[in-house]
Design a protein around this ligand. Structure first.
Ligand code: NAD
Ligand code: MN
Length: 356
């Protein structure tokens, strides 16, 4: 029997509630499928670890992860530690350390979810947004001088490399090619950012030649927000830089009903390293520790994890269980206007998997 080694990193806030829920669901699924098993190892890195050790994860942390088949991640972000420390010290360390350059975010309106766009039919909104995940605006290049003085200067320099752009755009074209609509929208801002974004556009044209069967168009990021709201059906697969993708995917999640539902894969397409799967939401300080977090984003991320492992039928079974549960309004958590708790939703998905 195939045994998959999975690293669980709950991190902070509601990450500590939704990751164990995801683990429980995967455990039940492996039992009911009976063709594979999971060997989970949990790493309690994050804010509490930082308070004890002065770092978000051990210096040799990646060594513990590199032989895993996949990583299930919760959230990095602690109310008492600056966000740039928690983010760079844990999540980005893993994403960049393992060169997980494609951040893949599917968005759909799941059954039973009351999405905010009144004119949008469920089938109009079926997107996968690919966010560049290794460079761009989050390259970490920049600095501060004369700190605290009136002459203080600070820079964050966006860095795009030909290799980095080419590989993520090629990944997006391939993904678009694999979907029924075969349509890709390349998000840009080359009217205002006249160096790197112009190279981005040029590379899109070059890579598009390898995919003659994929229709593609280009959209400026500001116009893109309006198109997502006004003409959702004209979009299918989307590729954007790190910052643009970050913002557009939160909008996408909101348009699909809630941040609590949306999943992500941080993918190393070359499979040199483990890929990492996580809900797109953060630590949700306002509800943490109360059992109120919606675990659906984590469960859907588990579906992506299973697909990455090649367990397609198990992935489909879990997705069906998730959709069965979302279609029942009495199992909606607070973010969806309901009063169910994390445990209720998790229990319902597990029971569904058991065929009860
Ligand atoms: P957030 O996603 O934590 O919360 C935004 C709002 O959505 C809150 O009202 C929250 O209660 C609600 N929400 C989010 N997920 C939910 C869920 N599963 N169920 C129910 N409601 C949910 O975003 P934020 O407030 O901007 O950030 C809080 C902290 O999380 C910050 O420290 C931030 O840096 C961090 N963060 C981390 C990640 C990550 O690790 N991937 C992502 C985003 C934010
Ligand atoms: Mn984000």
């Amino acid at each position: 029997m195939r045994v998959y080694k999975i690293a669980c990193i709950p991190g902070d806030g509601i990450g500590q509630e939704v990751v164990p829920a995801g683990e429980a669901v995967l455990r039940v699924l492996s039992q009911t499928q009976g063709t594979f098993k999971f060997d989970f190892e949990t790493f309690m890195w994050g804010g509490d670890w930082y308070r004890k050790h002065g770092e978000m994860m051990p210096a040799d942390g990646l060594e513990h992860l590199k032989n895993k088949d996949a990583i299930l991640f919760g959230s990095a972000g602690d109310p008492h530690i600056p966000d740039h420390i928690t983010l760079w010290g844990l999540r980005l360390k893993i994403c960049q350390g393992f060169d997980q350059y494609a951040n893949v975010r599917p968005t759909r309106i799941l059954p039973g979810i009351d999405a905010p766009l009144k004119r949008c039919k469920v089938e109009d909104l079926d997107w996968v947004i690919v966010r560049e995940n290794s460079e761009g605006e989050y390259a970490g290049v920049g600095g501060r001088v004369h700190q605290g003085h009136p002459i203080e200067v600070a820079t964050d320099v966006s860095v795009l490399t030909r290799v980095g752009v080419e590989r993520v755009i090629r990944y997006a074209f391939k993904l678009a090619q694999s979907r029924p609509k075969k349509h890709l929208t390349v998000v840009t801002k080359s009217n205002a950012q006249r160096h790197a974004m112009v190279m981005w556009d040029e590379i899109a044209v070059q890579v598009s030649k390898e995919f003659p069967d994929v229709h593609w168009d280009k959209e400026l990021v500001d116009a893109m927000t309006a198109r997502m709201v006004n003409r959702p059906a004209t979009l299918d697969t989307v590729v954007a830089t790190n910052l643009h993708g970050d913002i557009l995917t939160d909008l996408a999640a909101a348009l699909a009903g809630s941040l609590g539902i949306a999943p992500t894969g941080n993918i190393d397409p070359e499979r040199r390293y483990p890929s990492m799967f996580e809900p797109i939401h953060g630590s949700a300080f306002d509800i943490m520790g109360k059992g109120l977090a919606n675990p659906i984003g984590t469960f859907w991320s588990c579906v992506m994890l299973l697909e990455h492992l090649g367990e397609h039928s198990a992935a489909a079974v879990l997705m069906k269980a998730i959709e069965h549960v979302t279609s029942n309004k009495s199992l909606h958590t607070g973010d969806l206007g309901g009063s169910a708790k994390t445990h209720d939703v998790t229990h319902a998905v597990c029971e569904m998997l058991k065929g009860k």
